[in-house]
Write a protein that binds this ligand. Structure first.
Ligand code: PSU
Ligand code: MN
Length: 306
């Protein structure tokens, strides 16, 4: 069989050899989700949070056809400044590697890479989901089906309010994805800590999430878990403040005919502008919060496996 050109960072390889906890991190949030230089500062800060919580960060990206599991700082810096990196989901990953091109991994592609590298836990901001108007556009993120098939626990702040959140939860239920809401009884809505939607499942400790992850494998179930971790209260933006701005951004996207991969980056960029940067500040706070919880869950999985 053809082998995957893969390069693990020194610290990830060492952690792998010791069975020490590792947290996978995506790179589309760096190249398509945040502007430079905040993207680079956030990527570095997130890695620092993971280390401080006792795990090793593994930021994923494809650089000139090599899959990197853990980026050295210079490579992270270069990726954050690139404007031509591809956005890689399940459909694009093999094509990008085969053509020896450069791309950033979405939630779906990061899950695939994490499984390949033997990493159980992954932290991000928000997952992709069912877009508003999906009943006509059919725009449903490949992140949802990936959660159903790849055994990685993904820590996110729920689904972005730019999505149709009720439909996103319905698809997750149909796909058999456990949605574990962390210490809350409602599904968190990314920039807002709570929503009117009841939590499908509730989890109160990293140990409980780790045990459920291992139990899914024991049952022979192929998929992952979504841990929905609410944004810290002090960092949240009230849903009512965002709603009209989201409607504006969505109307602009529709009018401009933005479709497919371009939708999420467009909406995030417009919200950044419409909130005078407040959406980005909240985004940074919630990613850090997710990285910390992911490190704790990875630590528990490592302990429970021993
Ligand atoms: N969350 C963020 N910013 C982002 C994304 C998520 O805070 O940029 C990215 C993730 O990589 C996610 C992707 O997998 O958006 C979803 O894109 P799409 O809707 O095209 O599937
Ligand atoms: Mn889409």
């Amino acid at each position: 069989m053809m082998h995957v050109p893969m390069q693990m960072s020194t610290e990830v390889a060492a952690a792998q050899a010791d069975g020490a906890p590792i947290v996978a991190l995506e790179s589309t949030i760096i190249t398509h989700g945040m502007p430079y230089p905040q993207n680079l500062e956030t990527a570095r800060a997130v890695e620092a949070v993971v280390r401080k919580a006792g795990a090793v960060p593994a930021t994923m990206a494809v650089l000139d056809g090599t899959l990197h599991v853990g980026l050295e700082d210079a490579a992270l810096d270069a990726l954050a400044q690139r404007r031509d990196a591809r956005k890689l989901s399940r459909a694009d990953l093999a094509h990008c590697i085969a053509k020896q091109e450069t791309g950033a991994t979405t939630v779906a592609a990061t899950m695939i890479c994490a499984r390949l590298a033997g990493i159980a836990v992954f932290a991000t901001g928000g997952i992709g989901g069912v877009h508003k108007g999906a009943e006509t556009t059919f725009d449903v993120s490949a992140d949802l089906t990936e959660l159903a098939r790849t055994p990685v626990t993904v820590v996110a702040a729920g689904a972005k309010a730019i999505l149709d959140v009720p439909k996103t939860l319905e698809v997750l239920e149909t796909q058999g994805v456990p949605v574990l809401c962390y210490r809350t009884d409602t599904f968190p809505a990314f920039w807002s800590a709570s929503s009117p939607l009841p939590a499908p499942l509730r989890a109160d400790t990293p140990a409980e999430i780790a045990k459920a992850h291992l139990m899914r494998a024991a049952l022979g179930l192929p998929g992952g878990q979504l841990v929905a971790n609410p944004i810290p209260q002090e960092a949240e933006i009230p849903a009512a403040t965002l709603a009209p701005l989201i409607a504006t951004a969505q109307a602009e996207a529709d009018a401009a005919g933005i479709s497919a991969k371009a939708v999420t980056p467009f909406l995030l960029r417009r919200l950044f502008e419409l909130t005078n940067g407040a959406s980005l500040e909240a985004n940074i706070a919630l990613v850090m919060n997710n990285a910390r919880l992911a490190a704790e869950i990875a630590g528990e999985i490592a302990t429970q496996r021993r």
